[in-house]
Design a protein around this ligand. Structure first.
Ligand code: 5GP
Length: 115
């Protein structure tokens, strides 16, 4: 089933796009959790991290090279940042088109809240 991210790829709804090539698209998160919060997505609609195949390796590798490029452009590479891919309910996934969050611009604290 198609998600809002496919509509962003198709330019059917607006987004603040910061990078695009033949494999991936990157745009600012609509509800940022940090000063820099960018989503990097494969153009092929892969629902979750459970659904990746060997055919997706080029696009998924590209997520990392694009994240590094954008981090440098955003001026957050040296201080650092966090890359997150959420999967399904326990991972807190809300949009079922696999995406990498690039978060930075402030200290993000420990990776998970301790219970
Ligand atoms: P998830 O929880 O699935 O890993 O993250 C989904 C992310 O997509 C959330 O951070 C949410 O704010 C973002 N998001 C949801 N809908 C839209 C939208 O229409 N446009 C943009 N730019 N971001 C969205």
């Amino acid at each position: 089933m198609s998600t809002v991210f496919s509509k962003i790829i198709a330019r059917e709804i607006p987004a603040d796009i910061v990078y695009e090539d033949e494999l991936v698209l990157a745009f600012r998160d609509i509800a940022p959790s940090a000063p820099t919060h960018i989503l990097i997505i494969p153009k092929r609609e892969i629902a979750t991290a459970n659904d990746v195949t060997a055919e997706d390796e080029a696009a998924l590798g590209r997520l990392f090279t694009v994240a590094a490029k954008i981090a440098a452009e955003e001026g957050i590479a040296e201080n650092g940042y966090r890359l997150i891919v959420n999967c399904n309910e326990h991972g807190g996934q809300e949009v079922f088109h696999l995406h990498m969050h690039l978060l930075g611009g402030r200290s993000l604290g420990p990776m998970l809240a301790r219970k």
